[in-house]
Design a protein around this ligand. Sequence first.
Ligand SMILES: [Zn+2]
Length: 194
Amino acid sequence: MNCPYCGYYDSKVIDSRDVNEGIRRRRQCLSCDARFTTYERLQPASLFVIKKDQRREEFNRNKLLTGIRKACEKRPLPTGSVDKLADDIEAELYHLGKAEIPSTVIGDMVMERLKNLDYIAYIRFASVYREFTDITALKQEVDTLVTSQAETTRSTSQLPLLPNEELKALAKSLRKRKSKGLRLINNAKTRSHR
Ligand SMILES: [Zn+2]
């Protein structure tokens, strides 16, 4: 590391300490005596995602974040919860220590977490990710949620994340219409926002 002031190639370390998963070093240039700081961090090995068509693509945190954000758009979620969700997934992926991970594994991780965060976001994500071309499959998913939410409400004193009415309305509109799954999801979005 050359001195940022005079460009001299050598410096001495005058202080060194651990900071979140890295080391911070205070250095002093051996030529001009200027002080500067360097950080040393472990570079995570690159991680590749195996897509459904078997193509490989380098893991992209922004892409993951965009997908989750879209699903959570205009939902009443605590600030930072979407970023935290993406952070958790990224950390878990690197923790697996694999060079390649199927996109389905990542999708399932998102689904699992969204289910605990917000049902509407979960359904939205699922409708894109699982490509619910079949409205029956989407309806089934919503029905499962209605049932499990009813159970959760009964078994704990905790308030449900969403009013049951909202999910029931979604399930009802799914029964009425036999197609246009995504439009229903958008309707649910509009309704929940009013
Ligand atoms: Zn210098």
